[in-house]
Design a protein around this ligand. Structure first.
Ligand code: FAD
Length: 411
């Protein structure tokens, strides 16, 4: 006989955002189901693969509420300083460098670097053990009903799920968003990000470095390393697509040499470790975040340039906001999938996400040019930020995960 389950919220997609939302809701006592069409990877002892996220300060609060932060297998690596420089190709150090210090912002860290495998392991290990949370993966879900009375899903194992709210956390290619005919605007940056990790002789001292080059940003982000030895960093190397293809094809030695050239002398010997990854870069925004009994979260709602390492952080903030609204509604006996709640969610998250998308898009365009007058303007801009404590605070609060507008108000 096939099972029948009634929950308040059904989350489609157990990626970092969907899984975190499911944990937040279930931890708050809201009956929830999360369904992913892929198997949750068996990651008890995953290999180091070089991928990592910059998790902003505000996201740590969300992950703590989800019961995940304390379960991260390795202590996250704090980012205590951010150094931004405007470079030219082949140049080792730019004459114009802007440094943001966590101490100036009166915090111990702007954020933390967390290896993607550790976040996945913590989420996957926690999901099945939260009372009131049903996990289905791998499972295909068919939406058989979504109207003002509720949502009905049929899973391929015959389970029928009834919910009052459906959440699409399916990433950029969200099928549920498409089926709901929610329009999206998207564009391609014509760039790819090559992602890897390196070992270097000299310690990183918890500094995140963003070297802006005309072909795209080159970021060096501190990782804890074995036993916290501070000699491992993550690299996000952005290049125009044809050049990225060339770099991608390089054998290990040549790749290491090109990386070393970009790192400069300061780091001592630089050696790639783990795997090499490549991501085509584009942006996307959904024109609406909601439909009847449906909310979009994470990359299903927005995709941004990784120039500021904020994509997943926006998703965590979506999850935090939606979980708070739903929990309050359920506790007060109100409908968690009603139009008022959905309107409140969209009003809270969409403007903030659009602003971050605009800021990252503008940064990429501003720095992806080597035209002399534009260089002059942006170098003057960097110098101005350095001399204006108020403006500097706006950037620092944005790095901590506050929306640029909120950061502007607080400055
Ligand atoms: C090079 C690069 C570097 C980045 N660095 C950072 C960083 O430092 N910090 C940061 O904050 N962000 C960063 N990002 C962005 C970040 O990777 C994404 O924002 C994040 O992965 C989005 O998570 P998500 O859970 O919304 O979607 P996804 O990770 O895409 O997960 C979607 C999940 O839904 C499942 N799914 C899909 N369709 C269905 C369906 N129909 N039914 C059921 N399940 C389904 C999938 O199997 C998957 O598990 C970076 C991105 C890139 C490209």
């Amino acid at each position: 006989m096939s099972a029948r389950l009634c929950v308040e919220v059904a989350v489609l997609g157990a990626g970092p955002v969907g899984a975190t939302l499911a944990c937040l809701l279930a931890e708050a006592g809201v009956p929830t189901a999360v369904i992913d069409h892929a198997a949750l990877p068996p990651m008890e002892r995953p290999e180091f693969d070089g991928r990592a996220y910059a998790i902003a300060r505000t996201s740590r609060e969300v992950l703590t509420g989800a019961g995940v932060w304390a379960r991260l297998g390795e202590a996250p690596c704090p980012i205590t300083r951010i150094r931004v420089s405007d470079g030219r190709p082949g140049e080792r150090a730019s004459p114009l460098t802007l440094t943001f210090d966590a101490a100036e912002a009166e915090v111990d860290a702007f954020g933390w670097m967390v290896e993607a495998r550790h976040l996945r392991v913590a989420l996957n290990a926690h999901l099945p053990h939260i009372p009131g949370l049903a996990v289905f993966a791998p499972a295909q879900a068919e939406i058989i009903r979504r109207d003002s009375t509720g949502v009905g899903l049929r899973l391929d194992d015959g389970t029928t799920l009834n919910a009052r709210l459906l959440v699409a956390a399916e990433g950029r290619a969200s099928a549920t968003r498409e089926r709901a005919a929610i329009p999206v605007t998207r564009w391609d940056y014509g760039q790819d990000a090559i992602v890897c990790a390196v070992r270097h002789d000299r310690p990183h001292e918890h500094v995140a470095i963003e070297h802006f080059l005309p072909s795209g940003p080159f970021a060096i982000l501190p990782l804890p390393g074995e036993g916290g030895d501070r000699r491992t960093s993550a690299v996000v190397w952005t290049e125009r697509r044809a050049e990225a293809e060339r770099v991608w094809q390089l054998d290990r030695d040549r790749f290491a040499r090109e990386l070393s050239r970009r790192f400069g002398d300061h780091w001592g010997r630089v050696t790639p470790v783990g795997l090499r990854w490549r991501y085509p870069l584009g942006a996307l925004f959904a024109h609406r975040y909601t439909d009847i009994r449906l909310a979009l979260v994470g990359d299903a709602a927005h995709g941004i340039h990784p120039i500021a390492g904020q994509g997943l952080n926006l998703g965590f903030r979506d999850a935090g906001a939606l979980a708070r609204l739903v929990t309050d509604a359920v506790r007060a006996g109100r409908d968690p999938g009603g139009p008022d709640l959905l309107a409140a969610y969209q009003a809270e998250r969409r403007p903030a996400n659009l602003l971050m998308l605009a800021v990252t898009d503008a940064l990429d365009r501003l720095f992806s040019t080597d035209v002399a007058p534009v260089r002059l303007i942006r170098d003057l801009g960097l110098a101005a930020v350095d001399r204006m404590p108020g403006l500097k605070r706006v950037f620092m609060r944005t790095a901590m995960g506050f929306s640029p507008l909120g950061a502007l108000r607080a400055a």
